[in-house]
Write a protein that binds this ligand. Structure first.
Ligand SMILES: C[S@@+](CC[C@H](N)C(=O)[O-])C[C@H]1O[C@@H](n2cnc3c(N)ncnc32)[C@H](O)[C@@H]1O
Length: 335
């Protein structure tokens, strides 16, 4: 079986890892995670419970050369600097420079491929210049690159979560085709739990306020998730708006009445039922708001598997490593 080694940077609770294991395994490839890191000890604890390995911490303290050789680099890098919820200062914001750390690892290890993920707002940030600079840097490192905005709603999840995915192949574009999101949306009725404890219910005052503002927006008889924006407007949909790490407590309410349970949040991100998250509710909410939707990442990785299988036919069992031709000298220093 062909081995595909992957590195899981900014791993969170392991959404990318779950996706990689599924997608590569289904294609008859042998997935092996050789490196993971996340600065958040709570995320690392959940990751360890589910994958049996504790990730390393701050990427800034890890030398590129210390990351083991790998074939696929995965990095859902922090979005604060690009998010509409944040300051929109992008590269001027120190957090934005975490992209430099990805570039550093790519330069040191030169994996055959990578997938980066970020918020949709990266596309338009600073008039598109931030994304352009990211793409130019990746090209300068010798990768053929392309990007798309993909929405979890198109990949079977009842959550509107749009994310930029950037895919790269060392030595030039390899004819990768972006997945078509055509999976029918799983109805909320299959996500929501019954017998939810009282502690998840909003106060009487909040529920009354929501009903006044949102009840007339409800269409049909099925369950809905009510979303309150910063201006206090309520929207009511048969799916969830994007879960957010830093959102207020009552940002999303099932039927305008109660918060999502931990299991419902995991399901909205497409984690398997076997995945467990046992921490304080506020921590679980943050971790799930930070996670990537597993089926979307799985579809992207599945679209890459022909590349791994082809490479295996052409070049024996070894996919990546120290060999290969550099297309252009690195551009990291020039950023
Ligand atoms: C958008 S989340 C990543 C989600 C994850 N890739 C997944 O598959 O679900 C970004 C993560 O980057 C982590 N992070 C932020 N700064 C970091 C740093 N300096 N080193 C390592 N991880 C960091 C955060 O703790 C957070 O978990």
């Amino acid at each position: 079986m062909t081995l595909v080694r992957f590195a899981d940077l900014f791993c969170g609770v392991g959404g990318f890892r779950a996706a990689a294991q599924n997608a590569l395994g289904k294609a008859g490839l042998e997935p092996r995670c050789v490196f993971s890191c996340d600065i958040d000890p709570k995320a690392r604890a959940v990751y360890e419970v589910n994958f049996g390995e504790e990730p390393l911490g701050d990427i800034k303290r890890i030398k590129g050369s210390a990351v083991p050789a790998h074939d696929l680099l995965l990095a859902g890098f922090p979005c604060q600097a690009f998010s509409i919820c944040g300051s929109r200062r992008g590269f001027e914001d120190a957090r934005g420079t975490l992209f430099f750390d990805i570039a550093r690892v790519l330069e040191a290890k030169r994996p055959a491929s990578f997938i980066l993920e970020n918020v949709k707002q990266l596309r338009g940030h600073d008039g598109g210049r931030t994304l352009s600079r990211i793409l130019e840097t990746l090209q300068g490192l010798g990768y053929g690159v392309d990007w798309r905005v993909l929405n979890a709603l198109d990949f079977g999840l009842p959550q509107k979560r749009e994310r930029v995915f950037i895919v790269g192949f060392r030595g030039g574009w390899k004819g990768f085709e972006w997945p078509e999101g055509v999976a029918p949306m799983k109805p909320l009725s299959q996500i929501l739990e019954s017998d939810v404890p009282d502690s998840y219910y909003a106060s009487g005052r909040i529920r009354l306020d929501r009903q006044k503002k949102g009840a007339w927006k409800r269409k049909g008889g099925g369950p809905t998730i009510w979303h309150q924006n910063k201006g206090g407007n309520i929207s009511v949909y048969p799916y969830s708006c994007a879960m957010r790490a830093g959102a207020s407590h009552n940002y999303l309410l099932v039927d305008g009445e109660r918060r999502l349970t931990e299991r419902e949040m995991l399901r909205l991100q497409g984690f398997p039922e076997s995945f467990t998250i046992s921490c304080k509710y506020t921590v679980a909410r943050r971790l799930m708001g930070n996670s990537l939707p597993v089926p979307v990442a799985e579809a992207v990785i599945s679209s890459m598997t022909p590349f791994f299988l082809r490479r295996d036919e052409g070049a024996g069992k070894k996919l990546a490593g120290s060999g290969g031709t550099r297309v252009k000298p690195t551009a990291v220093a020039g950023l």
